[in-house]
Design a protein around this ligand. Structure first.
Ligand SMILES: C[S@@+](CC[C@H](N)C(=O)[O-])C[C@H]1O[C@@H](n2cnc3c(N)ncnc32)[C@H](O)[C@@H]1O
Length: 272
């Protein structure tokens, strides 16, 4: 394995922070070193300088590096309290006093990893909303490899264990020892490669879900991502982040404590 000097590592750290906002504190140096060394080995490169030049000029390799240095761990039905806050508080709030509104509910799942989170949300919404209510989920990530897995929508039994049995049977089928999300639900989710530091992909979103992503970002990148979400969310729309994450003061969102979880809301502009 290639051994990086701290100076060489810093060059890659700065590059990854600038491109993707990713932060690598000291306790993650070993992880970063082995991910970088693995990519260099696959490319047949044994110089940090040459590899640095390579990722500057080769988007496909940059994407493979992004795959290698991100933690794509996800689970179906992660933090059920937050899901309940969505069905029992967020959705009714979105519809309160807006009977005339017929457009579909628009959701952005940022940092969706291998798809468990957007599919869980699709299952939960399909199960709790009246049949006539349309919704669409745009799910994004910087990891191409994770997005490919998400699009296939087929998971081993151990990965869907947390799904309540009744919901599982309504949301997909078992075959060849794996669970496959139904076509009906897959139709509701679109996966797109996107960096949360870039301008928003979804406009007038009713809800942005970005859980367990901000924690991997450097402080300035976190601020930028939150600004992107604020631009994306419609007046009165919602943002939900990971249970162990917090928004900085003056984020432009109001915190709402529901019986199930804390959610953040973009204030409505006063009507003229
Ligand atoms: C730990 S996973 C969280 C998955 C899911 N949100 C959940 O809570 O189960 C973090 C994901 O954030 C993605 N990510 C990290 N930085 C990102 C960025 N700048 N833009 C978009 N996605 C990013 C990673 O690729 C990874 O898939």
């Amino acid at each position: 394995m290639y051994f990086f000097t701290s100076r060489e590592r810093d060059v890659f750290k700065d590059f990854l922070t600038e491109r993707f906002g990713l932060a690598f504190e000291e306790h993650r140096h070993h992880f970063l070193d082995s991910a970088l060394a693995g990519r260099m080995e696959d490319c047949g490169i044994d110089s940090a300088v040459v590899y640095r030049r390579r990722i500057e000029n080769d988007n496909a390799e940059l994407s493979r590096l992004a795959d290698a240095v991100t933690n794509n761990l996800s689970r179906f039905f992660r933090n059920p309290g937050q899901l309940q806050a969505i069905t029992d508080f967020v959705v009714p709030e979105l519809y309160r006093g807006r009977d005339a509104r017929h457009r579909a509910i628009s959701v952005w799942v940022a940092g969706c990893a291998t798809g468990e989170e957007p599919y869980t949300l699709a299952m939960t919404l399909a199960d709790s909303l009246p049949e006539s209510t349309e919704f669409h989920i745009t799910a994004t990530d910087i990891s191409r490899r994770a997005l490919e897995i998400a699009r296939v929508a087929t998971y081993s039994p151990s990965r869907v264990r947390a799904l309540p049995a009744s919901l599982r049977s309504r949301s997909g089928s078992n075959g060849d020892g794996a669970f496959r999300v139904s076509d009906e639900l897959r139709r509701r989710v679109t996966f797109v490669e996107h960096n949360v530091l870039d301008s928003p992909l979804v406009h007038e979103a009713d809800l942005v879900l970005c859980r367990n992503v901000l924690t991997y970002l450097a402080p300035a990148a976190r601020q930028l991502a939150i600004r992107t979400f604020r631009e994306s969310i419609a007046d009165g729309g919602f943002l939900i982040i990971g249970n162990s994450e917090t928004l900085p003061r003056r984020s432009g969102f109001n915190a709402v404590v529901t019986p199930w979880a804390r959610v953040y809301r973009r204030p409505c502009l006063p009507s003229e």
